[in-house]
Every structure is written in structure tokens, then in C-alpha cells.
Design a protein. Structure first.
Length: 172
């Protein structure tokens, strides 16, 4: 059973993660632009496409998830599944929210884009927390969770340099 103390610690960490992920997202937005270091282009935005904004939110959340795993949650059976679902939510939420509001407003606003980024981190952490703290065990999905996270990371790296010809990859 998940004790109240562990659940409270998990909640505080996941909640703090919302702000840490947002700060990391902001850093990753400009990291490659200011350094021009090739390795940073793998996790940082290289242009102003919606895809690149999804990429930086994903990598920020994954970096924080790795910190959480090695520092606190390496023994938690639901951690991988919770983080995989949280990370999987980001590439669905950001484009849906962005294209949803720009469809109605016919233009994009920086403050709404920033809010969408913040909300992506919030919902990623919320989903993760709900699954990590669940009484139900999702250990049978652990390998699938790792494969999902690795596949997403591979897609973000691959599409950075070989983007398909879709609107999400176009510079806005």
C-alpha cells in the first residue's frame, strides 16, 4: 500500500515538477539559438514550428522524469507507466490546443502559447501523479512504457533533422 507520507511527497514533487518543467522548457527554447552547439539541437528548439515547441516540452518533462526516477522513484512499480502516459500526453495536447485556439482567433498570441506550454507540463505531471500514486499496479506495462518513451525520444530527434511535409513542422 502507498502510505500517506509517500503520497504527499509524490504530490509535492510532481507539483514542483510543473514549474521545473516550465523553466526547463524556457531554457530549451533558446539553448541552441544562443549556443549553436549541435548536441543541444537534439533537445532544444531549432526553429519556431509547433513541433519544436512540443519537442522542448517533451525533453523538459523527460529530463525531470529522469531526475525523479534516479532520486526518488526507482523502486515504484507504476513510475514508468505514469511517466510514459504523461509524456505521451504532451504531443497530443500542445498541437490540439494551439491549432484549436488559432482556428478560432486566426492568429496566435504569445501569452496563450506560453500558457499552453505550462498546461502541458501541468497535465503531464498530473497524469503521472495519478498513476504513480494509484493502488492499482501497472507493472505489466513497464516494458511498453520504456519502449514508448524511447520511441518518442527517437521521433523528436529524427524529425528535427528529417521533418515530414506537414503543417506541424512548418515555421510559424
Amino acid at each position: 500500500m502507498y502510505s500517506t507520507r509517500i503520497r504527499t511527497t509524490s504530490f509535492k514533487l510532481e507539483f514542483a515538477g510543473v514549474f521545473i518543467i516550465f523553466i526547463l522548457t524556457c531554457i530549451l527554447h533558446f539553448l541552441f539559438q544562443y549556443t549553436k552547439i549541435f548536441m543541444f539541437s537534439l533537445v532544444s528548439a531549432i526553429n519556431e514550428s509547433v513541433w519544436e515547441h512540443v519537442k522542448i516540452s517533451f525533453w523538459a518533462a523527460l529530463i525531470f522524469a529522469l531526475y525523479e526516477y534516479f532520486r526518488f522513484f526507482y523502486l515504484k512499480s507504476n513510475f514508468a507507466f505514469g511517466k510514459a502516459l504523461g509524456l505521451l500526453f504532451i504531443p497530443f495536447f500542445i498541437p490540439t490546443a494551439f491549432y484549436g485556439y488559432t482556428y478560432f482567433t486566426t492568429k496566435h498570441y504569445l501569452w496563450v502559447d506560453i500558457l499552453i506550454s505550462f498546461l502541458a507540463g501541468f497535465f503531464c505531471q498530473l497524469i503521472s501523479y495519478l498513476i504513480i500514486s494509484s493502488e492499482k499496479k501497472f507493472t505489466r506495462y513497464r516494458m511498453l512504457s520504456y519502449i514508448t518513451i524511447i520511441f518518442l525520444a527517437w521521433l523528436f530527434i529524427m524529425f528535427t533533422y528529417y521533418p515530414p511535409d506537414f503543417q506541424i513542422f512548418a515555421v510559424i
